[in-house]
Structure formats: structure tokens, C-alpha cells
Design a protein around this ligand. Structure first.
Ligand code: ADP
Ligand code: MG
Length: 305
């Protein structure tokens, strides 16, 4: 038997004196008390998911939030990883309005990459950071029921795009999430749903995160991405966005590609009772931790009056 102990996360260099550390913790007491038992749905995507240093920092932050009394649920994407394997297999990925066109072969690749590779990497990192992660897809426990998405053309809504096995969520049954959270596990959800005929559906991860946040009536939805937040036409960060502003940015094409489902999901969650919705820059170390602790650091906050 190999008696080597499991690898431990490398401790970060202390940057505060013991007194400063005590002061920071004491200062956090009121907000931590207010946040006990809060549910946070975290969409993990972009660079934070591909750079090793950011990956470990993310996993450590998730574990820390749970230790501080919150209930994190992680939903991950995997666009770059799917693209990578498709390329190795000599298949060209294609997108329509930010959605990946998913034929049967692509769906197989999506499932291998999301559920087989990416999800298990995140589970491993959270476990390594001292948490207990549990990997699930939307098929497990009947979590996410879906049907084929009918995608109307953005400019001519009388035309429809056939994008294959891309799923539109029909229903979410969060029972399994409640069960595993109650036992102290951190759910890590891959954005795959099941159909009435046992079909598999590839669902945009932002849409899954938003719908899970709504279904769980989460206190916060945090969407990590590879850009500072939602940008205006001049490339300037929009720190706060109202529904009217979002509609205008969608209509004039300032919001495009992967930002379309992200912002649509964010808006839907904010309108459906999720109290705080933020799109944040996953390239900034600990951006998620700061935002989760209510220290607005970077990114875009969705506001519904
Ligand atoms: P992920 O889902 O991993 O966060 P996506 O590529 O799906 O990444 O979505 C983020 C991308 O959306 C950005 O990298 C950017 O290229 C694109 N995008 C389109 N319009 C905007 C906008 N107005 N502001 C910011 N990003 C935008
Ligand atoms: Mg995306």
C-alpha cells in the first residue's frame, strides 16, 4: 500500500500581521452572520477555468465560503475544452447566436469533456482544497429536464435555426441539490440535461446556472467570465445594468455571442427572485470571494428595480 498522504494546497505567504488578520476577521462578523446558510450559485467559466493558479484559488475560495457558512453550488462551462477535443478529432465547431450547434457526434464529445474531464477536474481541486465536492450532470436525480431548443433568428424572428441537441430547460428538480448540500457536499454541476425520450441535451452553462439559482431561490448568482464584465460600445465596463439598458444593448448588437445567453440568464434570475446577480472577471484572483462576501470588486451588477 502506498502510504503517501494526499497533496495539500500550498499555504499562501502571510501578508498580514496576526493583529491585522484578527481585525479583518472581526470586521467581517456582521456580514458573515447575515450570510449564514445563504445559497450561492457560481458559474465557473472563462480563463479562471483554464489557468492552473486561478483554478486552485477558485477551489480554495469555494471551500472557504462553505466554511464561512454559505452553501455554494458550482455550475461549470467548458467551451474551450470542447473546442480543443473537437479539433483533435478533426471536427469544426459552429455557433449560432452564441449557442454551439450540437449534432450527435458533437454531443458525445460535449458529454466526455464536460462530465468526464472538466467536472472531475473541478471536483478534484475542491477536494484537494479540503472540501467535499460531488460531481453531477443535469441527468442525475432528474435535476434538469430539457427539450430541443427552438432558436428564433435574432434579426428575423419568423426564421428558426436548427442547432441539434442544444437543450432548452423545461423543468428543474432541485431535490438532489438540497440533499447533497444538507450532507455538506459541494455540488459541481455539468450543463447536460435529459429529454422525455432519454435524449441528452447540451445546455449553455450560463442558462443552467441562472435556472438553478432561480429554482434554489439563491441569494446570489455569480458568473465568472473572461472579460471585465459587460462592456458598452466603446469597450467601457458597465458596472450596473438595468433591464432597459440590457434591452437596448441587445437590440443594437453591443451584446453578442456568449454574452447573449449569459445576460439573458442573469436578467431572468434577477427578475425571478435571486437577490444579487453579478457578472465578474474570473481573471482577477479572488474576484469571486470578494463579490460573495459583498465587497463589490469588479464586473457588472444586474439591477431590477
Ligand atoms: P464564458 O461563458 O466562459 O464566460 P463566453 O465566451 O460564452 O464565455 O461569453 C463571454 C464573451 O462574450 C466575452 O469574452 C466577449 O467576447 C463576448 N461579448 C459579446 N458582447 C459583449 C459585451 N457587450 N460585453 C462583454 N463581452 C461581450
Ligand atoms: Mg458562455
Amino acid at each position: 500500500m502506498d502510504a503517501t498522504p494526499p497533496p495539500q494546497p500550498t499555504p499562501t505567504q502571510p501578508t498580514l500581521t496576526p493583529a491585522e488578520r484578527a481585525a479583518v476577521l472581526a470586521e467581517l462578523l456582521p456580514s458573515l452572520r447575515a450570510q449564514q446558510g445563504q445559497t450561492l450559485v457560481i458559474k465557473y467559466g472563462g480563463n479562471a477555468m483554464t489557468e492552473p493558479a486561478l483554478q486552485l484559488a477558485f477551489a480554495q475560495d469555494v471551500v472557504l465560503l462553505q466554511l464561512l457558512g454559505m452553501r455554494p453550488v458550482v455550475v461549470h462551462g467548458g467551451g474551450p475544452q470542447i473546442e480543443n477535443l473537437l479539433q483533435r478529432l478533426g471536427k469544426q465547431g459552429r455557433f449560432v447566436q452564441g449557442m454551439r450547434v450540437t449534432d450527435a457526434e458533437t454531443m458525445q464529445v460535449v458529454e466526455w469533456v464536460l462530465a468526464g474531464q472538466v467536472q472531475q477536474e473541478i471536483v478534484g481541486l475542491i477536494n484537494q482544497a479540503g472540501g467535499r465536492a460531488l460531481g453531477l450532470t443535469g441527468r442525475d436525480g432528474g435535476l434538469i429536464r430539457a427539450q430541443a431548443l427552438r432558436l428564433p433568428d435574432a434579426t428575423d424572428p419568423s426564421r428558426w435555426h436548427d442547432i441539434g441537441q442544444v437543450g432548452d430547460i423545461v423543468a428543474v428538480d432541485p431535490a438532489l441539490l438540497h440533499t447533497v448540500q444538507a450532507q455538506g457536499y459541494i455540488p459541481v454541476v455539468s450543463p447536460i440535461g435529459y429529454g422525455a425520450g432519454n435524449e441528452r441535451f447540451n445546455i449553455n452553462a450560463d442558462v443552467v446556472a441562472a435556472r438553478l439559482a432561480t429554482s434554489l431561490q439563491a441569494d446570489k448568482l455569480l458568473m465568472l467570465t473572461n472579460i471585465p464584465g459587460v462592456l458598452d460600445r466603446q469597450g467601457q465596463l458597465l458596472a450596473r445594468l438595468s433591464m432597459a439598458q440590457i434591452e437596448a444593448l441587445m437590440a443594437d448588437g453591443t451584446i453578442s455571442g456568449g454574452m447573449i445567453p449569459k445576460i439573458a440568464g442573469a436578467l431572468e434570475a434577477a427578475q425571478s427572485g435571486v437577490k444579487a446577480v453579478h457578472i465578474i472577471d474570473g481573471r482577477v484572483p479572488h474576484a469571486m470571494l470578494l463579490e460573495a462576501l459583498g465587497q463589490h470588486a469588479c464586473g457588472t451588477t444586474i439591477c431590477v428595480a
